[in-house]
Design a protein around this ligand. Structure first.
Ligand SMILES: [Zn+2]
Ligand SMILES: [Zn+2]
Length: 225
């Protein structure tokens, strides 16, 4: 394949699915299948929870890029976290899936990770606001997708997956229309109406476990070679 002529610069803590989506809307591709062929040389019309075929992806990035396998895994996925709790055999399997795996891999599904990750895409209203002011667009934060952590660790406000006004899903289950603007498809702004969380004992416990997850994710990536 000919390498891509451009690829969006990743934002801090951007979920890998968001990166694929931002490439998709900048490309002239009509379908996600075309985008998946461009990036991963695989025929799939879906976003994967965890990316696979990253060796192919790196090969297809624009000539002269300085990204590495380790960069994407550690900054834009939770691979390190699930890696931390696997035995050697499973780790080998997972590493193969990251590098070369197909779209049918076990690791691609939310169910395959025992509901560790939210089945819907969640956003923090204040992060949506900050990101659109700072970067000119919103994106999906990786750290908002851990299922039990229902509030933003930075802003202490409840994460949302639907519009507080008309209750439409902000992102549907096939992940079309991942958020680039901080409003629902009916145009309701999501950044003003939010629920602040008062951090009591149970929230403190959540943030402790959450920080531990982040620690594991950071530590165990080094084993993926
Ligand atoms: Zn936030
Ligand atoms: Zn709405």
């Amino acid at each position: 394949m000919t390498p891509l002529t451009s690829f969006p610069e990743p934002y801090p803590d951007e979920d890998f699915r968001s990166l694929v989506y931002r490439y998709h809307i900048r490309s002239s591709n009509r379908t996600l299948t075309e985008t998946n062929i461009d990036l991963f040389e695989k025929k799939s019309g879906k976003y994967s929870v965890f990316p696979t075929k990253l060796i192919t992806f790196l090969r297809n990035l624009p000539i002269g890029h300085t990204y590495s396998l380790d960069y994407f895994i550690s900054n834009h996925t939770w691979y390190g976290l699930i890696f931390a709790f696997m035995n050697d055999e499973k780790r080998k399997e997972l590493t193969e899936a990251i590098k070369f795996g197909s779209e049918n891999s076990f690791y691609m599904s939310v169910n395959g990770t025992n509901n560790l990750f939210s089945p819907t895409i969640r956003y923090c209203p204040l992060c949506l606001k900050e990101d659109s002011e700072l970067y000119g667009e919103s994106f999906i934060h990786r750290k908002h997708q851990i299922n039990f952590m229902n509030y933003c660790h930075r802003h202490n406000v409840q994460l949302i997956d639907e519009c507080s006004c008309c209750h439409t899903d902000l992102t549907n289950l096939s992940y079309t229309g991942l958020k680039r603007r901080p409003s629902c498809k009916n145009g309701h702004d999501q950044t003003n109406d939010y629920i602040s969380i008062s951090v009591g004992e149970s929230e403190k416990l959540k943030i402790d476990v959450f920080n531990l997850f982040c620690f594991f994710n950071e530590q165990y990536r080094i084993l993926i070679q």
